[in-house]
Design a protein around this ligand. Structure first.
Ligand code: XCC
Ligand code: SF4
Length: 630
């Protein structure tokens, strides 16, 4: 029963015990306090879009009120709520993308933010139609940023799709009427159409959701990744460690939590400043120990090997160790609970973004114009807090795993080059990967992504599904909190190939990679899109023809709903391990889990049992292989 096993992580369970002793509450306690969730909300049939309501229609067709005051049916209410979740998720990813693009617009040779990856800049400049011949690198960068910003706001034409979108896929979207116009507009369209008295047709609302989600995946998130790589470098294979045991007994422990790499990059740089290291030592600490939480951790580990303290459901437990001088956050997935919780320990909870001020926190705004100084100021707060640590309250679980991370598409291709010998002869392509899939050495590939959710035992779905897939010769790519679950379970080590089936094991040995590749943060699912798009283009097929699946075993955020929707819209079947709030709308359920297949060649599967979900995924991969005759 879910109440018994809260987490498969022993570090987590030890700290939950400590929390109890310390008399503090965590997400799991609050879940119990809240009792059973509202049945109308669970089914998605509660509408509070206008003040004639709120209206709760019956979650079971044929029983009780079947329409809201305005006459909206259960399906309309469910579809509107779903669309608004997609809009929320797409907005979060894409506004993150916008911030990164704006940072490049202000980057300069002598500034804190620079162009570090010229090769990537050239690639992105070319794809966005920016002239590069004989021009100053920063002129190119600024024009590329302007071209990136255009994707958010252009009023004429459609989103500039990356060349990794197969032509056949673009045709599917055009035919269906879901080709995005621009990123902001397709989000605004949802807010307009879901206003009282506007769209009242489930299929049309789901199509709008698809359009905004595609603009997220192939637009806002894609740009976030590309522009982050330009400024902070495209990730390469690098070693790291994961789990709460990465906190250190006698160091100034700083947890970097949130999403955008701009803040964490500067703090990493500042943590090497001799002045600050001296200051830490003067306080009696051995040094400064930076660790990461959620997607900030993923961004920074991909580029610097930053140690991963944990994923979403570990943020509170990090504070409960009593060994954290500061939790420094920017945006997204930050539990407001940290404000109260940190007051029970000596931890400073530092918010830095005007987009995410939190009552009870210490707010130190991150000033991008003086980014380095700003980062130093934040770190100083943490260092000066070391003396307030109460050692009698400290407990750091002795649990951590080694992991290899940093698998951008570029680093996967360069790993594949190891097997691209003379008889194949095309270095720098995905040919070896495509060959392995076509020959059946690898049966297929799966993206395991998404959050934690106290509705399911922490990390259990991620780990069980990954293990089952790799045992069946399905190579796994992971991002977000799923990737961290894999890291903690030791699945990102090269030795983890021993869990893999014979085919995948052989490939891992030849290419010298783990069976599970960490591809980054959640906006970096764009890297997964880029990889599958490149393989599809290489084989001259559509993405929906590939034996590729996606799964979010423990999802919880609106961002995950947008992700699921763009992954399915891109032609990849997607499993959800937590039931989305749509069950009260039979037509919506039918569209998502059935009719979408006719529209885009893929659909959602909802399965809360990780074992069953993995069996279905493997089955579906084999079906796909048969269908395309491989
Ligand atoms: Fe957040 Fe990105 Fe979910 Fe983790 S996986 S809980 S969204 S940190 Ni994106
Ligand atoms: Fe009720 Fe319709 Fe208003 Fe929603 S939009 S609250 S269903 S009257």
């Amino acid at each position: 029963m879910e109440e018994k096993i809260l987490s498969i992580q022993t570090a987590q369970n030890e700290l939950l015990e400590k929390a109890k002793k310390d008399g503090v509450k965590t997400a799991w306690d609050r879940k119990v306090d809240l009792k059973a969730p509202c049945g109308f909300g669970v089914a998605g049939v509660c509408c509070r879009i206008c003040a004639m309501g709120p209206c709760r229609v019956s979650p079971v067709p044929g029983k009780g009120a079947d329409r809201g005051i305005c006459g909206a049916t259960a399906d309309v209410i469910v579809a509107r709520n779903f669309a608004r979740m997609v809009a929320g998720g797409a907005a979060a990813h894409s506004d993150h993308g916008r911030s990164i693009v704006l940072t490049l617009l202000n980057a300069s040779k002598d500034g804190d933010f620079k162009v570090k990856d010229e090769k990537k800049l050239m690639k992105v400049a070319k794809r966005l139609g920016v002239e590069t011949e004989g021009r100053d690198i920063y002129d190119i960068a600024h024009d590329t940023a302007k071209a990136g910003l255009e994707q958010f706001s252009k009023q004429i034409g459609t989103l500039t799709l990356p060349p990794t979108v197969p032509e056949k896929r673009a045709e599917v979207w055009n035919k269906l009427g879901v080709m995005p116009r621009n990123i902001d507009r397709d989000i605004v369209s949802i807010m307009h159409s879901t206003h009282i008295g506007c769209a009242a047709d489930a299929e049309s609302l789901i199509k709008m959701s698809m359009r905004a989600a595609i603009a997220d995946g192939w637009g806002g998130s894609y740009l976030a990744t590309e522009f982050s790589d330009i400024m902070f470098e495209t990730p390469k294979e690098i070693d790291t460690e994961a789990n709460l045991g990465v906190l250190q007994g006698n160091s100034v422990n700083v947890v970097l939590h949130g999403h955008e790499p701009t803040l964490s990059e500067m703090i990493i740089l500042a943590s090497e400043d001799p002045e600050l290291i001296e200051l830490a030592k003067a306080q009696g600490a051995d040094g400064i120990n930076l660790v990461g939480m959620c997607c900030t951790a993923n961004e920074a580990t991909m580029r610097h090997g930053l140690k991963l303290a944990g994923n979403f459901l570990q943020q509170e437990l990090a504070v409960v160790t009593g060994a954290v001088e500061a939790v420094v956050v920017d945006v997204q997935c930050i539990m407001p609970a940290l404000a109260q919780l940190s007051k029970n320990y000596h931890t400073k909870f530092i918010t830095t973004s005007p987009k995410a001020e939190i009552t009870g926190s210490t707010h130190i705004e991150f000033d991008e114009e003086h980014a380095y100084e700003s980062a130093k100021k934040i770190l100083k707060e943490a260092i000066m807090n070391f003396k307030n640590r109460d050692n009698s309250k400290v407990y750091i679980p002795d649990v951590k795993s080694k992991a290899v991370v940093g698998y951008s598409t570029e680093s996967i291709v360069s790993a594949l080059d190891k097997v691209t010998n003379s008889n194949i002869g095309v270095a720098g392509t995905v040919k070896p990967l495509a060959d392995c899939i076509v020959s059946g050495v690898l049966r297929g590939a799966a993206g395991v992504v998404g959050c934690n959710n106290p509705k399911t035992p922490h990390d259990n779905g991620h780990v069980e599904i990954i293990k089952n897939l790799i045992a069946n010769d399905v190579i796994v790519v992971a991002t977000g909190c799923a990737a961290q679950a894999a890291a903690k379970a030791g699945l990102l080590q090269k030795e983890a190939r021993n869990y893999a089936g014979a085919g995948l094991k052989k490939v891992c040995e030849l290419v010298d990679i783990p069976p599970v590749l960490h591809m980054g943060s959640c906006v970096d699912i764009s890297r997964i899109l880029e990889l599958v798009g490149t393989v599809a283009n290489h084989l001259g097929v559509d993405i929906s023809d590939l034996p590729v699946v996606g799964v979010a075993p423990e999802w919880m955020s609106e961002k995950a709903v947008s992700i699921g929707t763009y992954v399915v819209s891109s032609g990849i079947d997607t499993w959800l391990g937590v039931v989305p709030p749509v069950t009260g709308g039979p037509e919506v359920v039918d569209i998502l889990t059935n009719r979408m297949e006719d529209m885009v060649g893929a659909k959602f599967f909802i399965e809360t049992d990780p074992k069953k979900a993995s069996e279905q995924m493997v089955e579906r991969i084999e079906e796909k292989r048969k269908r395309i005759g491989i």
